[in-house]
Design a protein around this ligand. Sequence first.
Ligand SMILES: NC(=O)c1ccc[n+]([C@@H]2O[C@H](COP(=O)([O-])OP(=O)(O)OC[C@H]3O[C@@H](n4cnc5c(N)ncnc54)[C@H](O)[C@@H]3O)[C@@H](O)[C@H]2O)c1
Length: 244
Amino acid sequence: MKTNDVVIVTGGSGLIGRAIVKCLSERSNTVINFDLRESSDLNCEFVLCDITSQKSVKDGIDAVLAKHHRIDGLVNNAYPRTKDWGTAFDELTAESWQQNVDMQLNSVFFITQQVLFQMKKQNRGSVVNIASIYGVVGNDQTIYEGTKISTPAPYSAIKGGLINFTRYLAGLYGQYNVRINCVSPGGIIDSQDPKFVAAYEHKVPMKRMGTPEDIASPVAFLLSEGALYITGQILIVDGGWTAI
Ligand SMILES: NC(=O)c1ccc[n+]([C@@H]2O[C@H](COP(=O)([O-])OP(=O)(O)OC[C@H]3O[C@@H](n4cnc5c(N)ncnc54)[C@H](O)[C@@H]3O)[C@@H](O)[C@H]2O)c1
């Protein structure tokens, strides 16, 4: 990406978001973190934004445009979820399923649509959606054995939906020189139950879980001038998990 590009990162105060913000800032982009909470140690601008609220998203984008007059990049990374996120499939309620699809998938539609209005006008822009390996393959349930960890059922629908929404947008916006891609991370290390970590590391070809930094640089690449002819792609960053 050219220096001083204006890039919005949603959920930039979180585990992966922080690494993305840092990586993009180091590459001289103007990074704006859209999050519910600020992380004061990050070298970026902050906009208090709830991505599940259309008003909050519109206000946030208006504020960015009033200050910078353009948006060159958007990283859809935020991870809103309900308090009962992680409920086992047998006990999952339809209401919880619906709320999470609303918070995690439907919210991406609105912010992306609003940003694409601007990118289309500019005839330039790049969007990266953060999906997951679990939008690409099913879960290996054996890695959770003996732990309280699970990957919730709605996640498969949310991330699978996000992946194909990415392809749809790429088909529509290529003509406006706007690129839309996905990065699909594998499991990221974050003080999980050691039993789970051991089972995960045993299975994954690279024998370790990912780090937030492993995800940040592929995101920066897809936003950059080095990726000018790449659109509609799902870059799976998983240490080989989905290769076997
Ligand atoms: N951690 C993993 O192992 C992993 C693996 C694959 C994919 N992912 C994906 O990576 C992305 C980031 O995950 P993470 O692990 O860093 O999550 P996280 O919970 O550490 O961070 C998420 C961030 O989103 C913010 N957020 C939550 N609700 C919001 C809202 N309504 N509006 C704005 N911001 C909001 C939070 O404040 C937080 O800063 C998610 O899309 C997740 O699905 C994570």
